[in-house]
Write a protein that binds this ligand. Structure first.
Ligand code: AP5
Ligand code: MG
Length: 190
């Protein structure tokens, strides 16, 4: 399978659909949020920097994030395709990803954009807060994450459009339908 960049607001289902895609196509998966939460758990230097920013709903600096991404990517088995979940989140990260992949003779593949209304996103994340207790899943931090998404990440959609790889899927109230639409598209790439 080609590489896939899964893109969308907090709670749009990047992680959920990535798991389904991995099950179907057997590819690698990098969730930069999960990588950072792993660093926090270990109490590493990166984890200390990340905790403070994640708890405030802010982004980790691009240069650090790009280094983490390259290290994680190079540690995965090559040739099966990778889903990038939560990366890139800024134009600078997107440029760096494109270059990093080019240097390795790979390409970005396709971008899968998930569009979900904000009321649904908030409901999902507050529900997850009760189940998983993620530190950034409280109403105040979620609002900050939405703000950061709109100001820093959403403009990237146009960047992918220019690259000719943007494919948008809009939530219409059914997970099965959303997944069927995504699979119908990805099946054409195999
Ligand atoms: P990250 O972990 O990536 O969080 P996020 O983008 O806020 O997204 P979430 O993981 O909350 O949601 P999701 O889209 O994966 O949805 P999910 O499938 O879980 O990043 C966290 C932080 O790390 C950032 O704020 C930043 O500080 C830092 N960071 C990470 N990457 C960075 C980068 N590249 N640069 C700088 N900083 C970075 O679904 C949400 C919930 O909804 C789940 O509980 C799910 O079960 C439920 N759900 C209910 N119905 C559905 C449905 N129909 N479809 C999908 N999910 C559903
Ligand atoms: Mg996630």
């Amino acid at each position: 399978m080609k590489n896939i960049i899964i893109f969308g607001a907090p709670g749009s289902g990047k992680g959920t659909y990535s798991d389904e895609i991995v099950n179907r196509y057997g590819m690698g998966h990098i969730s930069t949020g999960d990588v950072l939460r792993g660093e926090i758990k270990q109490g590493s230097e990166i984890g200390k920097i990340a905790k403070e920013l994640i708890d405030k709903g802010q982004l980790i600096p691009d240069d650090l994030m790009v280094q983490i991404l390259a290290k994680t990517y190079d540690a995965l088995p090559q040739g099966r395709g990778v889903i990038f979940d939560g990366f890139p989140r800024t134009i600078a990260q997107a440029e760096a990803l494109k270059q990093m992949l080019q240097e390795r003779g790979h390409d970005m593949g396709v971008m899968v954009e998930l569009i979900v209304d904000e009321e649904t996103l908030m409901e999902r994340l507050l529900r997850r807060a009760q189940i998983e207790g993620r530190a950034d899943d409280n109403a105040e931090t979620i609002k900050k994450r939405f703000e950061v998404y709109h100001s820093q990440t959403e403009p990237l959609a146009a960047w992918f459009e220019k690259e000719g790889i943007r494919h948008t899927f809009t939530w219409e109230g059914s997970k099965e339908k959303m997944l069927a639409n995504i699979f119908a598209f990805l099946d054409t790439l195999k």
